[in-house]
Design a protein around this ligand. Structure first.
Ligand SMILES: Nc1ncnc2c1ncn2[C@@H]1O[C@H](COP(=O)(O)OP(=O)(O)OP(=O)(O)O)[C@@H](O)[C@H]1O
Length: 280
């Protein structure tokens, strides 16, 4: 993790005195898929509570892999992933509840054979979040929680009785977000959450994520090629080049006055640069 040519924009993964708490962090993480070359090397990023973190880089840079490590889906080959300052243990329920994913493609991420109510309530069941009681009581509680989650993403309660194919792409991504927030998580990890959507829908879903972050006290970690999405949702940005973080810091600084040649190259290749960089 370096900031080429200038000092002061390379926060460490560990908390420093007086700094806001790191809810999630990768600390000197390395990773290789089985039998493969290293995909991540010595990566340290910090997700600070209340600030969003964007992971930005070219295709194949390792962004999704890093997100998978932060989500606990894969374990680092070296280094550590820390949640509230402690190493993440496999199967840790508090962690799984607190850190929820939103995937890129709302067409493939929702089981087409299940009703929306079942899809959205799944984390409540798999994480054991329904209060003990009779079957009917648990079903009622799940129904209430699903309706609450659907309302929070702007969908009516009767959406619960319908199937994913009855919804548009933007509505499906709202369903995926409802599933992610039903467990009342602290962090959402979203991999290109709007790239499969048309431009107008994209803006609405980004606004929704921003509103949810504020109203639910959620911290959002986003992988996105779209720098207007990054600027809208994330106070911090980490730039990843071929498995290494080359620059990270406040989004306004990283996008507004990039210090590393790779960041500048990335920004030059993105037509939305001027708009994103103005969003300080
Ligand atoms: N399951 C896998 N098995 C082996 N190699 C993989 C696997 N998934 C990803 N890779 C490789 O790891 C590297 C990083 O991939 P990753 O998907 O993390 O990059 P990315 O920055 O998210 O790319 P994109 O923006 O295209 O999604 C690539 O070289 C990719 O081919």
């Amino acid at each position: 993790m370096t900031r080429a040519g200038a000092g002061g924009r390379a926060p460490s993964a560990g908390p420093t005195s007086g700094a806001p708490p790191a809810v999630l962090a990768a600390h000197e993480v390395g990773f290789a898929y089985r039998g493969g070359r290293p995909v991540l090397e010595d990566v340290s990023v910090t997700v600070t509570a209340g600030r969003g973190l964007a992971l930005v880089g070219e295709s194949g840079a390792g962004k999704t892999t890093l997100l998978r490590l932060l989500l606990g889906l894969d374990r680092p080959t070296s280094g550590r992933v820390l949640f509230d300052g402690a190493a993440v243990a496999p199967g840790d329920r508090a962690f799984r509840r607190a850190v929820q994913p939103v995937f890129q493609d709302p067409y493939s991420s929702l089981d087409p054979r299940r009703r929306v109510g079942r899809i959205v309530s799944e984390p409540l069941r798999s994480l054991g979040l329904l209060a003990p009681g009779s079957r009917a009581e648990r079903r009622d509680e799940a129904g209430r929680r699903v309706a609450e989650a659907l309302a929070s993403v702007g969908l009516p309660p009767d959406a619960a009785r319908r199937y994913p194919h009855e919804f548009s792409g933007g509505q499906r991504q709202r369903i995926a977000i409802a599933r992610a927030v039903v467990s009342r998580p602290r962090v959402l990890l979203a991999d290109e959450p709007v790239s499969a959507l048309d431009v107008t829908t994209r803006i609405r879903v980004v606004e929704l994520l921003g509103r949810l972050a504020e109203s639910h006290g959620l911290t959002v970690v986003v992988v996105s090629h779209d720098l207007s999405v990054v600027a809208a949702l994330c106070a911090d940005t980490a730039i990843i080049e071929r498995g290494r973080v080359v620059e990270q810091g406040p989004t306004a600084d990283v996008l507004g006055s990039p210090a590393h040649p790779y960041t500048r190259k990335l920004l030059e290749s993105v037509p939305r640069l001027s708009r994103a960089a103005r969003l300080r």
